[in-house]
Design a protein around this ligand. Structure first.
Ligand code: SF4
Ligand code: SF4
Length: 236
């Protein structure tokens, strides 16, 4: 099977399992950063298959009732359920790539291996951005033009010769909705820029502390205001 046929096969597989977003990223321009975050083993993969599952609007919209226990519990339950689906899609894609005779390495959908940086081994947002599916906004989330940040992402790293998309330009422009809505002012309001470290746009530890505090008070470690407020997700 050549790269074109394999790409078609992977896309139809992902969509048949509920993915709304599918793309392929050329990782070459990000090789150094990938190596620094996940090591040389991950940096050897030249491409990533990125797929995204859209969260339900009715559940994210309920976050407008800020600090409502039911809304927060259902939001957390929803994205945890979605992560299971994303891992299933990644597994099916990786199996298909493997059967076609290429390397495939699944990045788990929700993973935190660096306690200080609160990050996983590889950025799903980076793959989705390089695949042309959205841009990394002032909230440090991947923003899609159609659903804003209301998408959860999966990634399969590979050496299969799949045609890659073109990265999308940032479209936050003058918007500061997430910067103003965050209860702990975790965003500096700076636009994301590859040479700029994440810590210059997002204080991840402030967000983590806030959500731990929510767990003490409300019994659920969740917030989601940055998912809720982005106009690209709310415009429907
Ligand atoms: S989840 Fe809440 S606390 Fe964390 S960054 Fe988003 S808005 Fe801020
Ligand atoms: S809320 Fe506005 S500034 Fe924040 S990510 Fe969305 S578009 Fe960008």
């Amino acid at each position: 099977m050549d790269g074109v046929d394999l790409r078609h096969k992977l896309e139809s597989l992902a969509r048949s399992m509920g993915a709304t977003y599918f793309g392929v990223a050329d990782l070459t321009p990000a090789k150094q950063g990938i190596s620094e975050q996940g090591g040389e083993f991950l940096a050897q993969f030249p491409r990533a298959v990125s797929h995204g599952f859209v969260l339900m609007d009715s559940i994210v919209n309920a976050l407008g009732y800020h600090n409502n226990v039911a809304a927060l519990h259902t939001y957390k339950y929803h994205w945890q359920t979605v992560f299971f689906r994303i891992d299933s899609i990644s597994l099916m894609l990786a199996q298909a790539i493997d059967k076609a005779g290429f390397q495939a390495f699944i990045v788990p959908s929700s993973q935190r291996v660096d306690k200080d940086k609160l990050a996983g081994v590889f950025s799903h947002k980076l793959a989705a951005h390089l695949a042309g599916l959205g841009w990394i906004g002032k909230s440090a989330l991947l923003i899609t033009p159609e659903h804003g940040p209301r998408v959860r992402w999966g990634t399969v790293l590979t050496d299969a010769p799949l045609e890659a998309g073109m990265p999308m330009d940032e479209m936050c422009q003058d918007c500061r909705a997430c910067v103003e809505a965050c209860p702990v002012h975790a965003f500096t309001g700076q636009a994301f820029d590859r040479p700029r470290p994440r810590s210059e746009i997002f204080a991840a530890e402030a967000c983590d502390r806030y959500r731990r505090n929510q767990e003490q008070i409300l019994g659920v470690r969740a917030c989601g205001m940055c998912d809720y407020i982005c106009p690209f997700g709310r415009k429907k």
